[in-house]
Design a protein around this ligand. Structure first.
Ligand code: RP5
Length: 202
C-alpha cells in the first residue's frame, strides 16, 4: 500500500501496518506535546540574597514556594562583594530555566535592580529590614528603579518575602493549572483564618 503525504510517498506492507504506523506517530506526537506542556516547564524560581544574614527573611519566600510545590534554588550573590557572580547569575538565569527571580537585599540594596538590568527573567525584590534604618533604605534602593528596568518590589521584611513567594507562584500559575488550584485553596484558607478570628471574639 502507498500513501502520498505532501510530496513524499510512504510504502506500507498492508493496511494493518499503515494503521499501526499512524497510531504510533499520533502517540509519539501526543507524548512530545505532553512533554512540552509539562515536562519542559521546569517550574524553577531562583531565590537570591546579598548575604546569609538575609536568609531568615528570605526563607519565608521559599516556604511559600514549597507550599505550592514549586521548585526553587537558593543562592547568596552579592552585588557589592561578588559582582562577577551576580553577572554570571543574571546572564545565565534564562538558560538555566529560571522563570522568576526573587532577590532580597538590605541597605544599599542594589542586587534586585542590577539583576533586572541584565536579564528579562522577571525580578521580584524584597527589601530586607535593616538595623540602621529599619529597611527604608532597602525599600528605596529597590523600588526607585529608572523607567525601563522594572523590579516588582514587595513590602519590607518577612511579609514582603512571603508575598514574593506567593507572587512568584501566581506568575508560574499563568501556565500551570495545578499551581493555580493551590493558590485558590490558599486564598480560601485565609478566609477561614479571618472567620476563625471572628469566632474567637465571640
Ligand atoms: C546586603 O548587605 C545584604 O543583602 C545584607 O542585607 C546587608 C548586610 O550584609 P551582612 O553584613 O549581614 O553580610 O548586601
Amino acid at each position: 500500500m502507498f500513501v502520498l503525504i505532501k510530496t513524499q510517498t510512504f510504502a506500507f506492507k498492508n493496511e494493518k501496518t499503515f494503521v499501526f504506523s499512524v497510531f504510533c506517530r499520533c502517540f509519539m506526537w501526543y507524548i512530545i506535546n505532553e512533554f512540552l506542556k509539562n515536562g519542559v516547564s521546569i517550574l524553577v524560581v531562583s531565590i537570591v540574597m546579598g548575604s546569609s544574614s538575609d536568609w531568615p527573611t528570605m526563607k519565608k519566600a521559599k516556604d511559600m514556594l514549597d507550599y505550592f510545590g514549586i521548585e526553587t534554588d537558593v543562592e547568596v550573590v552579592s552585588a557589592h562583594r561578588t559582582p562577577k557572580n551576580m553577572y554570571e547569575f543574571a546572564t545565565n538565569a534564562k538558560e538555566k530555566g529560571t522563570k522568576v527571580i526573587i532577590a532580597g537585599a538590605g541597605g544599599a540594596a542594589h542586587l534586585p535592580g542590577m539583576i533586572a538590568s541584565m536579564t528579562n527573567v522577571p525580578v521580584i525584590g524584597v527589601p530586607i529590614q535593616t538595623k540602621a534604618l529599619s529597611g527604608i533604605d532597602s525599600l528605596y534602593s529597590i523600588v526607585q528603579m529608572p523607567g525601563g528596568v522594572p523590579v516588582a518590589t514587595m513590602a519590607i521584611g518577612e511579609a514582603g518575602a512571603t508575598n514574593a513567594g506567593i507572587y512568584a507562584a501566581k506568575m508560574i500559575a499563568i501556565e500551570d493549572e495545578s499551581v493555580y488550584d493551590k493558590l485558590e485553596a490558599y486564598t480560601k484558607s485565609l478566609e477561614q483564618k479571618v472567620e476563625d478570628m471572628q469566632n474567637d471574639l465571640k
